[in-house]
Write a protein that binds this ligand. Structure first.
Ligand code: SF4
Length: 356
């Protein structure tokens, strides 16, 4: 039994990275199948609700006001447009709608505006997620009260490498926001980026940091750096695809119950690499043509890939119709599910999926 642990040493996590590829994939599959459906992927759509002009200096980010990336700044998106975009995402098959704003930390009026958006999206029957920068506990509580399900705040990289990437806020600031979010009873979405010039030890250290939090994040996005011209990391060396897959696999093993999200960078990945990521334990993707400001595979390509791989959309138990006897965290059948769409409980063929 691969029960969640919170006492990972750096050496243990590094040893996972050092396993022969086939051995690492085998272990990741064992853990994955113990805690999740082998063939279900959760789909989120991400909307930038306020774009650009961010005062922070994250070296990978085109939204920083410090870099000339040609990005057009946009004010807060009106409520009507948020509702329409969420409805379109739902119609396309997404179950969670994530709203991202390029703020260092939101002001009071910003939190009120986002809370109104959360209420609208929740009313459509979707899960909600927001990423708004640093958050206090009272702000997190206000968003939780509005119906927010998840808050995203990435650690980005290891504590040791962090200073090479961001200087305008500390690693501890990040951990403080995560603690405030957790304290407010929100689900935590927290991961990082591969390909910023970090070492394998840094990747191991980042995952050990996340795995040793008092409670694992429910969602762990693993991003491949999108090298945006004009940012300091535009010329970063490309990541070896197998090293990226290894990072997914180690995240799966170290945080067995988390949803591991194959996140930014998918646009430049071929189908074979994405399939390897799913085999390594990724069971969540961003779905829709755009991430915050960078590209993403189009919906038709994703649907075709899912069909080719026999992957079904994971419908969170709380959202599916007719699932009165489903337990929180269980997979239930929904549109596009290949197995007995009228049953509320997973069949043996479908198997139980944890979605925490
Ligand atoms: S990653 Fe977020 S905080 Fe950093 S510059 Fe971009 S928008 Fe600002």
């Amino acid at each position: 039994m691969n029960a969640p642990r919170h006492d990972w040493s750096l050496a243990e996590v590094e040893a996972l990275f050092a396993l022969p590829f086939a051995d690492l994939m085998f272990r990741a599959q064992q853990v994955h199948r113990e805690h999740h459906s082998a063939n279900a992927v959760q789909m989120s759509t991400l909307l930038s609700i306020k774009t650009g002009a961010c005062p922070e200096d994250c070296a990978y980010c085109p939204q920083s006001v410090r870099y000339e990336t040609g990005l057009e700044r946009e004010k807060l998106v009106p409520l009507d447009e948020v509702r329409a975009r969420a409805q379109a995402a739902k119609d396309a098959g997404a179950t969670r709608f994530c709203m991202g704003a390029a703020w260092r930390s939101p002001k009071k009026k910003d939190v009120e505006a986002v809370a109104a958006m959360v209420r609208e999206v929740r009313a459509l029957g979707m899960e909600t997620c927001a990423t708004l920068g640093m958050l206090t506990r009272s702000q997190a509580l206000e968003l939780k009260d509005a119906g927010l399900d998840y808050y995203n705040h990435n650690v980005d990289t290891s504590p040791e490498f962090y200073g090479e990437i961001i200087t305008t806020r500390t690693y501890q600031d990040r951990l403080d926001t995560l603690a405030a979010v957790r304290d407010a009873g929100l689900n935590v979405c927290c991961g990082g980026i591969v390909g910023m010039g970090e070492t394998v030890r840094d990747r191991a250290s980042m995952l050990a940091t996340l795995a040793n939090l008092p409670q694992h994040p429910e969602s762990v996005p693993i991003n491949q750096l999108v090298r945006v011209p004009g940012t300091p990391l535009a010329g970063a060396a490309a990541v070896d695809p197998f090293d990226f897959v290894r990072t997914i696999a180690v995240a799966r093993i170290a945080m067995p119950k988390a949803s591991v999200r194959l996140s930014a960078g998918r646009e430049v990945m071929n189908d074979e690499l994405q399939a390897l990521c799913f085999l390594a334990g990724a069971n969540s993707i961003f779905y829709g043509e755009k991430l915050l400001t960078t590209g993403n595979p189009d919906v038709a390509r994703d649907r075709a890939l899912m069909t080719r791989l026999g992957i079904e959309p994971l419908i969170p138990a709380g959202l599916a119709a007719g699932n009165g006897d489903a337990q929180p965290g269980e997979h239930v059948h929904g549109p596009g599910c290949a197995h007995e769409p009228t049953t509320a409980r997973p069949t043996a063929a479908c198997s139980a999926t944890r979605q925490r």
